[in-house]
Design a protein around this ligand. Structure first.
Ligand code: AMP
Ligand code: GLY
Length: 464
């Protein structure tokens, strides 16, 4: 079956080129069970020709989507995921979170001959090892914050590097090397604080292996540019911005993300294309040169500094909650693109920017009491149906179906729901998302009220 992306209505650069001769997968397995996987499953299940989307393990909330079925499986067990893909006759597997990728779920699926969209364990090191990401970026000529990696025993060298950054007028950011779900980063306010904290990152870690990365502190708004990659080519999804701190005005601890919006007033289509050209494509080329080509969603976390965008981090997946505002904006079918990329061949005639609907999307995360520490579970959630009745999208990130009379859902994780609304512009989408989020409540619910409120003005992009 051929699937054509619709022509663009947004006047974007080359969004209007039509994609032809792509095969539409009819049965798709999505691995994962959070809000991002809900957004992915919903998007794929709505695409023409898709008969069923199986989500492993998914959740009761995700399973409420039409044509979506959830299957209990341990997503970190590669053999179990292969077995589910076979049993479901999946023509394509899309892996949502980084953890299954980092234990080789994509490798196992590929070895079993099942098309998988998601990088191998080796390529996923781009996210799991910040030191590896810096190494690849440097070899690829991609600008990142200046950084050095330290192993246990390197405490004097770490202190010397903090002093060197201070002399250069820069603060220090301490990052744990290895998966930390966005919580292993401390942006310090002074060299003294950095010197005090650095040794704690090295305690109890394996000798000889980098455990701490210390970066120069950059300033500016952040942006997430995520691309669908086939090993050498890439097509960009619309840019989005996450709000990482727990509380309004960017106060409180870092979280996995408390809300997001798209598009960005300060990163237009031309700038997104430039990011694709100067960040994604060189990284893909370097990974291919090393014999570990990257197939999957490549997420560039950028800081838009006064000197232009600088890469802060790479993730090897869609962002969460960015996916919940990006995917509802995509105009055409992505299933055929993901399948083509999984097979290693996005069409050469492909546009560099994915066609999107006009307008904007804003998503507000509703989190449990205690998040990002130890979240409380089991609180009954009120108002999901009211939010849906307003036309909002309600993505389940950490909920469980309640068995007691009255049914409905209860809290079952840190980030519980993401409420997304679309609108003709960011202000309208924000107003609709706020109204819908206002309809939902439970005891101890935490949320921000300033998602997409204080928008940065467009900043001129340096040429190059
Ligand atoms: P990461 O897990 O590397 O994305 O870092 C989490 C958050 O820490 C980022 O979203 C930024 O808000 C902040 N951060 C990370 N690296 C830097 C840096 N070099 N300069 C300033 N802030 C940073
Ligand atoms: N929202 C940030 C991330 O997914 O890493």
């Amino acid at each position: 079956m051929a699937a054509d992306a619709p022509p663009t209505a947004d006047g974007g650069l080359n969004r209007g080129r039509v994609l032809v001769s792509l095969v539409m997968p009819t049965r798709i397995l999505v691995v994962g069970g959070g809000g991002r996987e809900h957004a992915l499953a919903r998007k794929l299940a709505l695409e023409p020709g898709v008969n069923e989307v199986i989500v492993a393990p998914g959740s009761a909330g995700i399973g409420t989507e039409p044509r979506v079925r959830c299957v209990a499986v341990e997503p970190l067990d590669p053999d179990a995921v292969v077995a589910v893909a076979r049993a479901a006759s999946a023509e394509l597997v899309v892996v949502g979170p980084e953890a299954p990728l980092s234990v080789g779920v994509a490798d196992a699926l590929a070895a079993a001959g099942i098309p998988v969209f998601g990088p191998t364990r080796a390529a996923a090191a781009l996210e799991t090892s910040k030191a590896f990401c810096h190494d690849v970026a440097e070899a690829a000529g991609v600008r990142m914050a200046r950084a050095r990696a330290f192993a246990p025993g390197d405490e004097p060298e770490a202190a010397a590097w903090i002093h060197e950054l201070e002399r250069a007028g820069s603060g220090a950011v301490l990052k744990q090397d290895g998966l930390a779900a966005g919580k292993g980063v401390i942006v310090t306010d002074s060299a003294a604080r950095a010197l005090e904290l650095a040794p704690s990152f090295l305690v109890g870690r394996e000798p000889g292996r980098p455990a701490l990365v210390i970066e120069e502190r950059l300033e500016g708004p952040e942006a997430s540019v995520i691309a669908i990659c086939d090993g050498t080519r890439a097509v960009a999804l619309p840019a989005a911005r996450d709000h990482k701190r727990l509380c309004d005005e960017d106060r409180g601890p870092n979280t996995g993300g408390m809300g997001a919006y798209s598009p960005l007033p300060d990163l237009d289509d031309q700038a997104v294309e430039r990011v694709l050209r100067t960040v994604h494509l060189p990284i893909l080329a370097e990974l291919a040169r090393r014999g570990t080509p990257f197939r999957g969603f490549l997420y560039a976390g950028l800081m838009l500094t006064a000197d232009g965008p600088v890469l802060l981090e790479c993730n090897v997946r869609l962002g969460d909650p960015e996916a919940q505002v990006i995917l509802p904006r995509v105009a055409g079918a992505i299933g055929p693109l993901l399948l083509a990329a999984a097979r290693g061949g996005l069409p050469a005639s492909m546009p560099t920017l994915l066609p999107v609907l006009p307008g904007a999307a804003v998503g507000i995360v509703l989190a449990a009491r205690g998040y990002p520490g130890d979240p409380r579970r089991g609180d009954p959630i009120e108002g999901i149906d009211d939010a849906l009745a307003q036309g909002a999208l309600v993505f389940h990130a950490g909920t469980v179906a309640r068995r007691r009379p009255g049914g409905g859902f209860g809290t079952n994780g840190g980030r519980v729901l993401a409420v997304t609304a679309l609108g003709p512009d960011i202000a309208a989408a924000r107003a609709a998302a706020e109204r819908a989020a206002d309809a939902i409540a439970w005891d101890g619910m935490q949320r921000r009220r300033d998602i997409a409120r204080d928008l940065p003005r467009a900043i001129p992009e340096p040429v190059g």
